[in-house]
Design a protein around this ligand. Structure first.
Ligand SMILES: *[C@@H]1O[C@H](CO)[C@@H](O)[C@H](O)[C@H]1NC(C)=O
Length: 129
């Protein structure tokens, strides 16, 4: 009986670990792990927890004039921060890919310049939760 309880507890624990894992993004075949996505959001918030529209540098608010579908958060107050593989962006060329999170720090999706038809526009990346 005790071992049964242990097993159930273990199962519940492993489930919550899976739920707590971060979504990963595929931006025009460039893969970003959950750790990459998390690192970008943590660094973005650390750099500026209250970004504004039209701000210089990153993070800054994202207006989404393209109407990119960002279904992973329930906010429309978006923040963009560059995505990098294996590390968080801390300056320099931002590259083509971004994580989008809400001003309340929830993951909203990933976007990329690669394949966008509008100049400086963005399209959605693939997200795996
Ligand atoms: C940054 O983190 C703080 C603390 O979790 C949170 O209150 C704030 O909304 C976050 N800012 C953004 C832009 O996500």
């Amino acid at each position: 009986m005790a071992s049964m309880l242990k097993l159930v507890t273990l199962l519940l624990l492993s489930c919550s670990v899976v739920l707590a894992s971060w979504p990963s993004c595929n931006c025009a075949s460039v893969q970003y792990s959950g750790a990459d996505v998390e690192a970008a959001m943590v660094q973005g918030n650390k750099t500026n927890p209250s970004p504004v529209f039209g701000g210089r540098g990153y993070p800054h608010r994202f207006g989404n004039r393209e109407g990119v579908k960002l279904p992973y958060c329930d906010s429309k107050e978006y923040v963009e921060y560059p995505l990098k593989q294996g590390k968080a962006y801390t300056g320099g060329p931002p590259g083509a890919d971004r994580v989008i999170y809400s001003t309340k720090n929830a993951f909203c999706g990933c976007i990329t310049h690669t394949g966008a038809t509008q100049r400086n526009g963005f399209v959605a990346c693939g997200v795996k939760q």
